[in-house]
Design a protein around this ligand. Sequence first.
Ligand SMILES: Cc1cc2nc3c(=O)[nH]c(=O)nc-3n(C[C@H](O)[C@H](O)[C@H](O)COP(=O)(O)O)c2cc1C
Length: 204
Amino acid sequence: MPFIAEDARRPGHTHVLLITTGSVASIKAPLIVKELLSYSNVLVQVAASKSSLEFYKKEDVERAGSRVWTDDDEWTGTFKIGDPILHIELRRWADIVLVAPCSANTLSKIAHGLCDNLITSLMRALSPSTPTYLFPAMNTLMYEHPLTAEHLRVVRDVVGYNVVGPIGKHLACGDIGVGAMTEWKDIVKIVVDRFQLAPKESAP
Ligand SMILES: Cc1cc2nc3c(=O)[nH]c(=O)nc-3n(C[C@H](O)[C@H](O)[C@H](O)COP(=O)(O)O)c2cc1C
């Protein structure tokens, strides 16, 4: 079934679009989805880069109650004029976009306006009124590379995205330093606070 924003949006709900990229921190995606869905009236869709799926299983996100969209869903080989276009439908659907984690590669692509896969096409087509948060996660030297500072400046000051983190800790690559994704619970908290979400009533 094609994804059509108008049909998939539910009145009174918060529609969270989580984008995952090829950083080890993508292993947190199922946890982020599960936690978001523990709040009332929240729907989550996930759009994944090819390399991010090296770090979590689509099935784990689906078990938590969300769907993972990939380049293969965008390019099905059956497109006809008038068919919905996935990256446009997903951006129409979203009330908030979280790029968590945001790899150095995707950060660079966004800063340069590249749109050569589902996630970057979606970002390029986003309305400026959709709140968008980037959570960079990369090796310390990637983070300290002068190009990273320039890419972050562009996404903050030119594009208007919120950049949160990275934080310092023992990184998956063995280095200790700044470059880790903001704690996944703090990412969820940003959405909870912004939309004043209430936990689902627990069953009696
Ligand atoms: C095991 C492994 C871990 C990686 N971790 C990171 C990372 O934490 N941050 C990052 O920016 N790139 C990391 N990379 C490199 C990215 O996966 C690579 O640049 C990829 O092209 C990113 O593609 P994407 O931005 O489309 O997801 C890692 C690569 C490997 C093989």
